[in-house]
Design a binder for this molecule. Structure first.
Ligand code: SF4
Length: 350
């Protein structure tokens, strides 16, 4: 009879191979009674949505140093949080992060709820994050399914239905393996397995604790799984941004409206972004504009963006129609989103 995958086998592997992360309580400390801080678990999970562990670590350290508790974060100025978030992308997450911190601080007495249903009511918390916080922070037996878990389940059970149609089946399989005891460690163990051993291109089956039970390994199909329905190619959008320098070095910046892409972030004023040549628009200030060679290119979830960058030098008394001049000493490229930073780099290298 073929071996069945079991959570015990994976937990034993995790006890020896758990990755170290700034927000994680490792299996040894956990066994000795150290309890994870739900605020840190929640914060890390929001940051990790669409972003790698390596990219998140520094942001997490800075956030928790500056705002050590959910109440501290709830009291923060919106602009400060958006500036700290700059570069992490998917800025709606940062706005929801603040909303969520304020709900927890003001309506929940500063205490995160521990069930999936209650967590799902918080702003910016979807099924994955609710499951992860409930399992990791509170050790509830909640099912946690991200891309890593989907890949591991598809391989373990040799599921050939393409994603996203396979999601319910893979979730049910993940649920069937989730243990009642040590659910938090188990959730992190599957994620670690997916990130370090059962990787997308080169699964290291030879050192995998689930090797004897893995159906895709036996069938020789592991590298082909999970199957995915092909995506449509992303459209290209075009736009113009204006980098205006005043003679004292100050730079003209504009805070984007709260709603929409890069909402609430500082950036260079400019046109809308559309799927043909940049639309008609007004420059943010009267000036002699020079168009820089090259484009600032950036890829968002649903489209590629190509920005033409225009620049000008203006006298002290010239008033902008939009935005405000920021003294050079108060400007840091790390406070603006990556796409705006790319435009600034083009300007800087000109
Ligand atoms: S045996 Fe290979 S394919 Fe199967 S779960 Fe382990 S690493 Fe993944």
């Amino acid at each position: 009879m073929r071996d069945q995958p079991s959570s015990e086998v994976l937990l034993e592997w995790y006890d020896h191979h758990a990755r170290k992360m700034p927000w994680r309580v490792g299996p040894k400390d956990r066994a000795n009674g150290v309890i994870p801080d739900p605020y840190r678990i929640w914060l890390s999970e929001i940051m990790l949505q669409q972003t790698t562990v390596a990219a998140v670590k520094d942001y997490f350290e800075r956030f928790t140093k500056r705002w050590p508790t959910v109440r501290d974060l709830a009291d923060a100025q919106d602009e400060d949080v958006m500036a700290e978030w700059a570069g992490l992308g998917y800025y709606a997450r940062a706005r929801n992060l603040l909303k969520c911190a304020r709900v927890v601080a003001n309506e929940k007495g500063g205490v995160f709820p521990d069930t999936v249903d209650a967590l799902l009511e918080l702003p910016g918390v979807g099924p994955y994050t609710a499951g992860a916080v409930s399992a990791i922070a509170f050790d509830k037996s909640s099912v946690v399914v991200d891309g890593n878990v989907e890949r591991v389940m598809a391989r373990l059970y040799d599921v050939h239905t393409p994603l996203p149609a396979a999601k319910p089946e893979l979730t049910a399989l993940a649920e069937s393996l989730t243990p009642l005891e040590r659910a938090g460690d188990y959730a992190q163990a599957v994620m670690d397995l997916g990130a370090t051993i059962c990787t997308p291109r080169n699964p290291a089956c030879g050192i995998c604790p689930w090797r004897p039970a893995c159906q895709a390994r036996l069938a020789g199909t592991a590298v082909d799984l999970p199957k995915k329905t092909p995506k449509k190619p992303k459209p290209i959008r075009f736009g113009v941004v204006y980098i205006t320098r005043r003679v004292d070095g100050a730079l003209l910046l504009e805070r984007r409206p709260d709603k929409g892409l890069l909402g609430g972030m500082l950036g260079w004023p400019g046109s809308e972004w559309v799927e043909k040549e940049a639309p008609k628009h007004q420059a943010p200030i009267r000036a002699e504009w020079k168009t820089l060679n090259g484009e600032a290119r950036h890829t968002f979830t649903h489209f590629h963006l190509r920005l033409t960058v225009k620049t000008a030098l203006v006298p002290m008394e010239r008033e902008p129609a939009v935005g405000h001049f920021l003294p050079l000493e108060d400007f840091s490229p790390t406070d603006i989103p990556t796409v705006m930073r790319k435009a600034f780099n083009l300007f800087h290298s000109d």
